[in-house]
Design a protein around this ligand. Structure first.
Ligand code: FEO
Length: 171
């Protein structure tokens, strides 16, 4: 059984994951409108992945006798200025999510909730990957700079990153 406190902070994380999904969906749309097919595909994949992160929390909370809740979401930005700026926002957002997961891990220990502590390890590992991926992409974008040919290749290249991300089922 989850403690009230544990349940409440896990439900807050549901909101963060749902908002992440919306942010990346907005990024997908912005890229699609700009004709950046690969980047847009990547962002749609990221958005799906965040929904999967959210659903994992739903299942877990309910399985442990709690009540997973759908909450109001903040509206994401709709314009991102430049590709570089958009990926910087994505990176910073993932760092924020990692901090939030770390805080949950901390609380699970305070609550002596070792089942939740164990459950959260999946997210700890996932955040390492998400941050590393965002950092790699940013490095590439910085290398390309304003080179249009480089950007074209990058847009094509990023499609390969998408395949893995959108197929993972909620467990
Ligand atoms: Fe659900 Fe990208 O963190």
């Amino acid at each position: 059984m989850l403690s009230e406190r544990m349940q409440s902070v896990l439900n807050k994380q549901i909101r963060i994951e749902a908002e992440s999904s919306q942010i990346y969906l907005a990024m997908a749309s912005w890229s699609e409108v700009k004709g950046l097919e690969g980047i847009s595909q990547f962002m749609y994949g990221q958005s799906d992945e965040e929904r999967m992160h959210m659903l994992k929390f739903f299942k877990y909370i309910n399985e442990r006798g709690g009540h997973a809740m759908v909450s109001e979401l903040s509206a994401p930005a709709l314009e991102f200025g430049s590709i570089k700026n958009m990926f910087e926002i994505l990176f910073e957002h993932e760092v924020f999510v990692s901090q939030s997961i770390n805080e949950l891990v901390h609380i699970s220990l305070e609550e002596k909730d070792y089942a939740t502590h164990n459950f959260l390890q999946w997210y700890v590992a996932e955040q390492i990957e998400e941050e590393a991926q965002a950092r790699t992409i940013l490095d590439k974008i910085n290398l390309i700079g304003d080179d249009k040919g480089g950007l074209y290749l990058f847009d094509n290249d990023i499609k390969r990153l998408t395949v893995v991300s959108s197929v993972a089922p909620p467990a």
